[in-house]
Design a protein. Structure first.
Length: 368
């Protein structure tokens, strides 16, 4: 029987940080207020595109597996924040990598995008239509933050994570999964106008996140709980047989409530939200990479993952880790640093949303 083993992994976390204390300089908030409600202390903001972040994470995943780009059959990018809808961003990543033989497409199911992409690529490997695939989650949500909405502008960060999966006879990789979409919850989390709409011709048009926190909490916990129960039953597993749980990193309260509902001890849960905030499609692969770096992933582990996103899409899966937990090599792919502070990076965004942050900007050299 064919399986889709994870043989490579990599991440990109942008170097510029927006801490909660930084956030309090532009929004009526505080570190204590944000952390107590979300578990977030900081978020990374990127000066490079979604595609370039994805490329850097993919280079690391290829290096970790000691695999050449020409050997890749498929690249799937899970993302809500491409620079362009057409052409897709996965084709940009393909060209940056030099993956001349790879098909490439984007998948957007919001925060569940990476997991949905992993499910799709795994099915293709197991069916025999491809042998190796890069599955990437990359997001640049900092550019979609409405600084007038103090209840939500602190929630999201930027970053990318990637895995390489390849055909194997060893029972490993994503072994069971459940994908779902919670009925009647589509309107609780939206980015209106993030696409083709005549509203964008209006001078008053702004990208602004619509966020109903209580409804999201209720639907996310139920949706993920139901998906987890389904996937455990499908694989004839009990919760206590799971070695590690890597949930979507949206809010510490959601993670804790989900773990409690499943009688799952928090010491078995990977929590990365404090350092990244919610990176949407990138959150699970980022957390997986962190867990590997910290030595929390062991050979043969059964890893449970669960996620939710706008739609309200949900999913859960069982990943059987194989033998190797160390990368075979590292990538030297890099980009130039941003010359300035995180406030300089976000200056145009502050102006766009009507926030006066001029006192926080540094004296940058003229670009002329």
């Amino acid at each position: 029987m064919r399986y889709a083993q994870i043989t490579g992994w990599g991440k990109y976390a942008p170097p510029l940080l927006m801490t909660n204390d930084d956030m309090a300089k532009i929004v009526d908030t505080s570190d204590e207020w944000i952390f107590s409600r979300s578990g977030i202390r900081q978020r990374h903001y990127s000066h490079i595109s979604t595609g370039d972040m994805a490329w850097l994470a993919a280079e690391k995943a290829l290096a970790a597996a000691d695999t050449a780009a020409d050997d890749i059959d498929l690249i799937i990018l899970g993302s809500t924040t491409p620079e362009e809808i057409c052409p897709n961003t996965a084709s940009y990543i393909k060209n940056k990598l030099g993956a001349s033989n790879a098909a490439a497409f984007d998948l957007n199911s919001a925060c569940t995008s990476w997991f949905y992409a992993l499910n799709a690529a795994t099915d293709m490997v197991r069916a025999g239509s491809i042998n190796k695939a890069l599955v990437i989650g990359s997001e640049r949500l900092s550019l979609a933050m409405d600084w007038k909405k103090r209840e939500s502008c602190f929630l999201f960060g930027d970053g990318a994570g990637a895995v390489l999966i390849e055909a194997s006879e060893q029972a490993s990789g994503l072994l069971a999964s459940k994908l779902s979409c919670v009925p009647d919850s589509r309107e609780c989390l939206r980015l209106p106008g993030w696409g083709m709409t005549s509203a964008r011709f209006s001078e008053a048009f702004f990208i602004s996140l619509d966020f109903e926190g209580q409804e999201i909490f209720k639907s996310a916990v139920k949706g993920m709980s139901d998906a987890i129960s389904d996937v455990l039953d499908k694989h004839n597993l009990r919760a206590e047989e799971i070695d590690l749980f890597i949930p979507h990193q949206a809010n510490i309260r959601i993670i804790q409530t989900l773990a409690k509902r499943l009688n799952f001890p928090m010491e078995k849960v990977v929590v990365a939200i404090e350092g990244y905030a919610n990176t949407s499609a990138a959150s699970i692969p980022l957390a997986l990479c962190d867990a590997l770096e910290a030595g929390r992933v062991k050979p043969g582990m059964k890893i449970l993952t669960a996620t939710f996103g706008a739609g309200l899409t949900c999913g859960a899966g069982i990943i059987q880790w194989a033998d190797r937990i160390e990368p075979l090599a590292d990538s030297d792919a890099a980009v130039a640093d941003f010359e300035g502070t995180v406030f300089d990076l976000m200056a145009d965004s502050f102006v766009h949303y009507g926030v006066d942050a001029t006192h926080l900007l540094s004296a940058l050299p003229s670009k002329g």
